[in-house]
Design a protein around this ligand. Structure first.
Ligand code: FE2
Length: 269
């Protein structure tokens, strides 16, 4: 199967560039299944029903979340009606789930959403949750497992990679909105510390720079806003998975001026 992953979709600019390019990318690269992170999709904070439907109509099959999952009150009923996840390591009793299994190209694919610890809300241990969930999936005969690890610290992301390499098909980080340059496939596990945002690319992590700059210059906090006009980028990782192992991966950076950069992941045993 060939799957693709899109990180934090930030506001209308992120939704708009997906509308313009996602169907074309899916067709050109013969992608079977698309996973994307929704947590900033509605004006930077959470996800509304309207925007969930919009993103599904652009060709996204399942959406994962993070620390902003709960920012819009629409989200709780959406767990029943849409293919949405929230980090699996939220405590027992929290609405929704962070792990679902799908039928893709005649095989099972599990999508697992986890959240890290540094600078994140109180939640259960992501590493123990990952271990026990992956073991349970494998006992159920699910070989193909993809993880969106929503975390601030690259050290936590590398730690998750070292814990699960050879055991899952892919681990890609989200949350920082800034892409890293370490896409690799080791022991059949694709890994990228952070895929980076899909949205505005000429501001501060997809947000209008005025408020963050005021905050950095004065220490006074404010409410971040999505720019009305900006240059945009769509960042998408594509992975070929066979019998639980990733065999090939690449990343596309699609710019709103039509340019597209492709980078192959480094592959080793
Ligand atoms: Fe986040």
């Amino acid at each position: 199967m060939r799957i693709a992953f899109i990180g934090d979709i930030v506001g209308r600019p992120g939704r708009d560039i997906l509308k313009s390019y996602l169907a074309k990318i899916k067709e050109e690269h013969q992608i079977d299944f698309v996973i994307a992170n929704y947590e900033n999709a509605s004006h930077g904070f959470g996800l509304t029903l309207k925007n969930a439907n919009e993103l599904v109509s652009y060709g996204i099959d399942v959406m994962s979340g993070g620390n902003h999952t709960w920012d819009k009150k629409d989200i709780i009923p959406l767990f029943e009606t849409h293919e949405l996840l929230r980090p699996h390591n939220y405590p027992d009793g929290v609405p929704g789930t962070g792990c679902k299994t799908y039928e893709v190209a005649g095989e099972k694919l599990a999508v697992l959403n986890l959240m890290g610890h540094f600078s994140m809300p109180m939640c259960d241990n992501a590493f123990r949750c990952a271990q026990s969930t992956v073991e349970a999936l494998q006992e159920d005969g699910v070989e193909n497992i993809f993880i969106d690890f929503h975390a601030e610290a690259t050290s936590e992301k590398r730690g998750m990679m070292m814990l699960l390499q050879g055991k899952v098909s892919g681990i890609i980080g989200t949350h920082t909105h800034v892409s890293t340059d370490d896409f690799q496939v080791t022991q059949g596990t694709a890994y990228l510390s952070d895929i980076g945002l899909t949205g505005c690319r000429d501001n501060v992590i997809g947000m209008d720079e005025k408020v963050p700059l005021k905050q950095f210059l004065t220490g006074m906090r404010g409410h971040f806003d999505i720019p009305k006009k900006c240059k945009k980028i769509l960042q998408i990782a594509v992975m070929d998975i066979n019998a639980g192992k990733c065999t090939k991966a690449f990343k596309l950076k699609q710019f709103d001026d039509g340019k597209c950069l492709k980078t192959d992941a480094w592959v080793e045993e």
